[in-house]
Design a protein around this ligand. Sequence first.
Ligand code: GNR
Ligand code: NI
Length: 185
Amino acid sequence: MSLLDIYVLGAPILRQETRVVEKVDDGVRRLIDDMFETMYAAKGIGLAAPQVGRSERVAVIDIDQKPYVIVNPEILQREGTQRAEEGCLSIPEIYGDVDRAAHVHVKALDRNGEAFELQADELLARCLQHEIDHLHGRLFIDYLGLLKRRAAISKWEKLRKGDKSLTRTISPREVAEQHTRDEEL
Ligand code: GNR
Ligand code: NI
């Protein structure tokens, strides 16, 4: 498996529509495995393919120690609303409150290409919507009001201090530290 670089705000791929996966083959499964490894190393709860430079409809999630793979996901139904803070591995250290559907009914393919449906609420529902948004070129900051969006972007630019790189590399040190902690648990 390989740790992948994560594309950050400003990278055009984060704004592009992804393509449908025609066949869940070994190449797609390899991408899924690499995405899980990268997501765990970066301490995220979800990761979408455009965040690792792949314009394909694939995302992974892990919430409450339960991994989910969603290929070609579609939201069949949304109900209610919930508001909570979100962050994104592609916009590190920036957070904002986002309104989302409280409950979603999603259909997708799993890592074997089998169709399944999933009903979710709370954090899983939020994360599904966040990842499916990535697959359509949308980011959580798009939902902030104008002033909060401007504040988020200027904080982001200030944190970057002229750094124009479009990717971030999860350092082996972060990974090593995580392994140490895992062993301590
Ligand atoms: O790690 C993540 N945390 C998170 C918190 C609230 C709502 C959505 C998320 S997803 C995010 C990882 C990420 O950027 N996925 O695309
Ligand atoms: Ni994200």
